[in-house]
Write a protein that binds this ligand. Structure first.
Ligand code: HEC
Length: 112
């Protein structure tokens, strides 16, 4: 096969692959494995938030928590994922990937 035909087939193969998974499963997969530390590690299984670590200092027991992100809107999600924070890592996810994560969290937490 001539190399130039590859340009035609590669996008088709990629498109076919995506159809194996529903949008929901895609979001679930990305939430658990977003090419970096899993969101679930700090935001809980369903985005409900969780304590990441506790420590003691002069004021007593302190904790660092990942906030509840179950009802975060898309704008906040997009901004939070790519910017740099103190604790949360920044990710290289496309807008579509972040949207899939957000849809997953919404569907998971607001079943019809
Ligand atoms: C290492 C722990 C950690 C991981 C992993 C992590 N986060 Fe966070 N996230 C946090 C913390 C802590 C905050 C609060 C802001 C801060 O201090 O960094 C936060 C803030 C957010 C916010 C903003 C919430 C608000 O109301 O301002 C969103 C949205 C968010 N994270 C989504 C995600 C998504 C989606 C992923 C996976 C792609 C992810 N986070 C991975 C710890 C984490």
């Amino acid at each position: 096969m001539q190399v130039k035909y590859l340009w035609f087939f590669v996008p088709m193969l990629l498109a076919a692959q995506e159809e194996f998974m529903s949008h929901y499963e895609y979001g679930q997969m990305l939430y658990k494995n977003p090419r970096g530390v899993s969101c679930a590690k700090c935001h809980g299984k369903k985005g409900e938030g969780r304590v990441i670590v506790t420590y003691r200092d002069k004021k007593g027991t302190q904790s660092i928590t990942g906030p509840d992100i179950r009802n975060e809107n898309l704008q906040t999600m997009l901004a939070a994922v790519s910017k740099s924070h103190h604790i949360m890592p920044s990710y290289y996810l496309t807008d579509e990937e972040v949207e899939a994560i957000q849809d997953y969290l919404h569907q998971q937490n607001n079943p019809e």
